[in-house]
Ligand binder design. Structure first.
Ligand SMILES: [N-]=[N+]=N[C@@H]1[C@H](O)[C@@H](CO)O[C@H]1n1ccc(=O)[nH]c1=O
Length: 240
């Protein structure tokens, strides 16, 4: 069943409604995390949980560590997508999951590091969350954050040099070798799957307000259904 249809309560643990799943994709440093934070802030009255694809990076082997500057963190194969898919499926069915924790300093992954409970809204963000169709099919809403390449690069240089103390030459080398190439080969082609494309990301208050309104409408519809199924049928008939 495509997630486009209305969330249902069928087959869910303790009768909760099926969570509303939002995917947020876009280039590295495009503002995905900022968009997620703004949506979560405006949905303070709802049970919302955020999952980042970065938690599912494979840890690097000793040999990969030795050649870390030649490792492509922007390639789909850098992520444990099977584990991410199984976590998202469990959350979608109202089950709590253990999320791994990837450490950007040690390049190692700590399994089962964080317990995430099922919620009404689940936001999954990451550069390649639209790459695998099985993940896309779990999403009720897909947002692509469309920020200019020069803005993404300047943000990345500022973050990696000032915040993470990396050498500017390493950052630029990694960008031209992996980040730019992966954006063009793997990330940008997933933009066509988006329901909403946000230019300028977190600077775009209008887009984020519209998104939050849409989420509230979808959640509200289900609350009516919870009150009285017939009422829900009337509402659906009216929409048609
Ligand atoms: N390098 N590089 N690019 C990736 C990617 O652009 C971004 C989002 O996953 O995080 C970066 N990334 C990922 C893992 C890591 O250990 N270090 C790191 O900088």
């Amino acid at each position: 069943m495509s997630a486009k249809e209305q969330p249902t309560t069928s087959g869910l643990e303790n009768g909760h409604r099926e969570p509303f799943v939002i995917g947020v994709a876009g280039g590295a440093s495009s503002g995905k995390s900022t968009v997620c934070k703004m949506i979560i802030d405006q949905l303070r009255d709802q049970r919302v949980v955020a999952v980042t694809q970065e938690s599912f990076y494979y840890g690097l082997t000793e040999d990969e560590l030795v050649h870390v500057h030649d490792y492509n963190f922007d390639h789909p194969d850098a992520f444990d997508t099977e584990l991410l898919l199984s976590c998202m499926q469990s959350l979608k069915h109202g089950k709590a999951v253990d999320i791994p924790n990837y450490n950007f300093k040690t390049y190692k992954s700590a399994p089962n590091a964080r317990k995430v409970n099922p919620s009404d809204v689940i936001i999954l963000e990451g550069i390649l969350v639209f790459h695998d169709s099985r993940l896309r099919d779990l999403m009720n809403m897909k947002i692509f954050v469309d920020t200019d390449a020069d803005v993404r690069l300047t943000r990345r240089i500022r973050r990696d040099t000032i915040d993470n103390g990396r050498d500017i030459r390493v950052v630029l080398d990694q960008y031209s070798k992996f980040v730019k190439t992966a954006f063009e080969d793997f990330i940008l082609p997933t933009k066509k799957y988006a329901d909403i494309i946000i230019p300028r990301g977190g600077d775009n208050d209008v887009a984020i307000d519209l998104i939050v309104q849409h989420i509230r409408t979808k959640l509200g519809q289900h609350d009516l259904c919870k009150v009285h199924p017939n009422l829900y049928v009337i509402q659906t008939t009216y929409q048609i």
